[in-house]
Write a protein that binds this ligand. Structure first.
Ligand code: ATP
Length: 224
C-alpha cells in the first residue's frame, strides 16, 4: 500500500474521516471486508468516487471481494494520525463556543479542545465542559507552552481578524473559522471556514429549488 498521503487530493482527504469512522464501526462488529456499494450506501458518497478515492492510497478492491477492512483501517489511522491526540484551543466562549466546548468531539479520540480564551473577564478563570478559560493576555504564552497547532475561532466576526493577527509568532498552523469573516493569514496558516448560516441557507435554497434531486446528495463532503 502506498503511503503518499501528501499527494491525496483535498476533496478525497476531506472524506477520509468519514470512511474511517464507518470502517472502525465495521471492524468493531467483526466485519472483514466491505464492498464499495455497501460503503457508498453508508457514507452517502457515490461508489465511483469511493473507488477513485481508494485508488489514491493504492487500495484496489477486488471484484466480488471488496476491500479488506483491517487493511484500510490501519492505513487511514496512519494517514489521519489517529494514534496521536491533537490538542486544540478555542477562542470566544460565547454561545457557539460554549456548545463546542461541551461537545468537545468526544466521539473522535484524535482531537480535543484543551484550552479556551475569551476577552470577557467574567468568563476567564471558569471551566466550560471541563476546559479552562484563560484571558487573551495569556493567549500567546499558553499556545506556545502547549505547542497548540489548531485553533477554533468562535468570536464575533468583527473581532475575527484582530484575534487571528494575535496568532502570529505561535505554532498555530490551522484555524477552524466559525465566523462569517474572511481572514487574512500568512501563508503558513490554513483556514477552514464553517459558516453555519450560509450552509443552512444553501440547504433551504436547494430544498426549494431542487427538491427532486436532493435525494442522496451530501453536498459538503462531495464538494471539491
Ligand atoms: P454571549 O452572549 O455569551 O456573548 P455570543 O455567542 O452571542 O455569546 P458573541 O458576541 O458572538 O457572543 O461573542 C462570542 C464570544 O467571543 C464572547 O464570549 C465574547 O466575550 C468573545 N469575544 C469578543 N471579542 C473578543 C476578542 N477580541 N477576543 C476574544 N474573545 C472575544
Amino acid at each position: 500500500m502506498k503511503d503518499e498521503s501528501a499527494k491525496i487530493p483535498q476533496a478525497t482527504a476531506k472524506r477520509l474521516p468519514l470512511y474511517y469512522r464507518y470502517l472502525r464501526n465495521l471492524y468493531t462488529l467483526g466485519k472483514q471486508r466491505v464492498s464499495s456499494a455497501e460503503l457508498s450506501e453508508a457514507v452517502k458518497v457515490d461508489s465511483a468516487t469511493i473507488r477513485r478515492d481508494f485508488s489514491y492510497f493504492g487500495a484496489l478492491g477486488k471484484k466480488g471481494y471488496g476491500y479488506n477492512v483491517k487493511y484500510l483501517l490501519s492505513f487511514f489511522s496512519k494517514t489521519l494520525n489517529q494514534d496521536e491526540m491533537t490538542g486544540v484551543a478555542l477562542i470566544g466562549v460565547g454561545n457557539l463556543g460554549t456548545a463546542l466546548l461541551n461537545y468537545n468531539f468526544s466521539k473522535n479520540n484524535s482531537a480535543k479542545i484543551v484550552m479556551a480564551f475569551d476577552s470577557d473577564d467574567s468568563k476567564v478563570g471558569k471551566r466550560v465542559g471541563d476546559v479552562p478559560v484563560f484571558s487573551m493576555g495569556e493567549l500567546k504564552s499558553r499556545l506556545c507552552q502547549e505547542d497548540i497547532t489548531v485553533v477554533i475561532l468562535t468570536v464575533p466576526s468583527t473581532a475575527a481578524q484582530v484575534v487571528t493577527d494575535q496568532l502570529a509568532d505561535t505554532n498555530v498552523k490551522g484555524i477552524l473559522n466559525f465566523t462569517p469573516a474572511r481572514l487574512n493569514v500568512p501563508a503558513n496558516i490554513r483556514v477552514h471556514h464553517i459558516d453555519l448560516a450560509v450552509e443552512l441557507q444553501a440547504l433551504i435554497y436547494f430544498l426549494q429549488h431542487y427538491s427532486n434531486e436532493a435525494e442522496n446528495s451530501q453536498e459538503s463532503i462531495m464538494k471539491s
